[in-house]
Design a protein around this ligand. Structure first.
Ligand code: ADP
Ligand code: MG
Length: 256
């Protein structure tokens, strides 16, 4: 077995729900520090693919590696064993995920939201977790809102807390599933700015987004997904100015 080089390596990944094939052979390589913007029409399988990377769905075919390890399996010699739920939970901690809806704990302050997983899952001492959580909230521009409850924060602030909360587990990979789609337009920029800084700092990221100007600026690679497969991928300049596949052209004409 050769070592896989990418942070994520997808080879012909397939996934069906109730006999309907949703992912029809997804191929994608994501290297360390890559920022991949995954674009494509609604229903093309983007969220499903992210969920597979994050062990929230089991693939039915092909192979998927994260950090050189096959998702869902453990290798011993030349045999593969399916991971148990507890082992999967361990793996999932290495990946940060930010959804369209912020999913913060409503009964906890911003600070408590960010501290929660490090304290309960990683057993980090509270004082240390608090210090790190404050530093993360500072990084996302919320040093003045440590003690605010989600209901008193704007959507953009809540999403920035959600990003800080994901970062608190020191993930090797961050997945964003339409992180700005539920936001009022005037709040989109502050969330994209935080993601832009993360990208600049070298975080490996996969971002499902319809924000094409963000993708053009920030992505190291844009991948266009349609009907359960990645139809085309490449540098943003090339993808946006000269897409080679007619379906990419058609999609970009409609969205830009
Ligand atoms: P996208 O994120 O690109 O909009 P999704 O991955 O959410 O696409 O969905 C792709 C297709 O898979 C859709 O037709 C959706 O209805 C279907 N799908 C996603 N999750 C499930 C599920 N758990 N059960 C059945 N169908 C699903
Ligand atoms: Mg989706």
């Amino acid at each position: 077995m050769t070592a896989e080089v990418g942070v994520v390596e997808a080879h012909q990944v397939r996934k069906s729900f109730s006999g309907v094939e949703i992912l029809k052979g997804v191929d994608l390589t994501i290297g360390k520090g890559d920022v991949v913007c995954l674009i494509g029409p609604s229903g093309s399988g983007k969220s499903t693919f992210l969920r597979c990377i994050n062990h929230l769905e089991k693939i039915d075919g092909g192979a998927l590696y994260v950090d050189g390890e096959m998702v869902g399996y453990r290798r011993e010699g030349d045999r593969l064993y399916e991971l148990k739920e507890a082992e999967i939970a361990l793996k999932r901690r290495q990946i940060g995920m930010v959804f369209q809806r912020f999913n913060l704990f409503g009964h906890m302050t911003a600070l408590e939201n960010v501290m929660e997983a490090p304290v309960t899952v990683k057993k980090i001492p509270r004082a240390q977790a608090k210090m790190e959580a404050k530093a993360l909230l500072d990084r996302v521009g919320l040093s003045h809102r440590y003690h605010a409850y989600p209901s008193s924060l704007s959507g953009g602030q809540q999403q920035r807390v959600a990003i800080a909360r994901a970062l608190a587990m020191k993930p090797t990979l961050m997945l964003f599933d339409e992180p700005t789609s539920a936001l009022d337009p005037e709040l989109v920029g502050e969330v994209l700015d935080v993601m832009r800084v993360l990208a600049r700092e070298g975080m490996t990221m996969v971002i499902v987004t319809h924000e094409m100007s963000f993708a053009r600026d920030v992505a190291s690679k844009v991948a266009f997904m349609d009907n359960g497969a990645i139809v085309e991928s490449g540098a943003p300049q090339a993808m946006f100015s000269a897409p080679s596949h007619p379906r990419t052209r058609d999609f970009l004409t409609r969205i830009l």
